[in-house]
Design a protein around this ligand. Structure first.
Ligand code: SAM
Length: 204
């Protein structure tokens, strides 16, 4: 079964509705915290949450930013998002598939949280490329909740840093982006990794 079949079914990992709500609440806090520290005022930012899942706190994010695009590759998830947030004026839910509805160069921030582990290695480069095209020249991508290859073996901080550098380099090498590891992950799992990815100067 590929990722698409998997996410077309209700594959919830949450022990309760409260747990799920707390998860999305925390993600919203962390996303807003990150977005607040960038150069573009929050109110003017166009943000896309890619592979957003149920995005239960999206209305709270939307109330603080310019526009919020909730993109998910699963049609089941997208239909739920449309039903829940379709009436919020500054939330858009594009159809799953190529992001034709999102103008190239239009986004200040793309968040990709807890998605990369479902993307096959060969598909990661093309995926990043298709997302990077959507970024404004000063835009950035926040790629978080990335699993280290073997969490248990990477207990030594220097090893972890080496891996992070290699991972950042890999992304950069594939699509001409710069990646930098952030000191902490988004959400509740501090053992997963977060990166900020920006177009390299030669692209802009
Ligand atoms: C673990 S959930 C993460 C949801 C949310 N970002 C979070 O952090 O809670 C992964 C989501 O990514 C979506 N997804 C996985 N691979 C994708 C891809 N290649 N393109 C678009 N969406 C994808 C799935 O449909 C699913 O909703």
């Amino acid at each position: 079964m590929g990722w698409q079949d998997y996410w077309e079914h209700d594959s919830s990992v949450y022990v309760s509705r409260r747990h799920k709500a707390a998860h999305y609440n925390r993600l919203a806090d962390d996303l807003l915290d990150f977005a607040t520290r960038t150069d573009v005022p929050l109110r003017r930012q166009n943000i896309m949450d890619f592979g957003c899942g149920e995005a239960l706190s999206a209305d709270r994010i939307a109330s603080e930013v310019g526009r919020l695009i909730l993109s998910d590759g699963s049609s089941r998830v997208s239909e739920q998002l449309q039903a829940r947030f379709g009436a919020v004026a500054n939330i858009t839910v594009p159809k799953p598939g190529p992001l034709d509805e999102v103008a190239d160069g239009s986004l200040d921030l793309i968040v990709v949280n807890s998605v990369l582990q479902y993307v096959e290695a060969a598909a990661a480069g093309p995926l990043f490329e298709s997302l990077a095209i959507k970024l404004a020249p000063s835009g950035q991508m926040l790629v978080a909740d990335v699993l280290p290859p073997d969490l248990g073996a990477l207990t030594d901080a220097r090893e972890l840093l080496k891996f992070a550098a290699a991972e950042g380099f890999l992304v950069a090498a594939v699509v001409g982006l710069r990646a930098e590891r952030l000191p902490r992950n988004l959400g509740h799992n501090p053992y997963r990794l977060a990166f900020v990815v920006r177009p390299s100067k030669s692209r802009v």
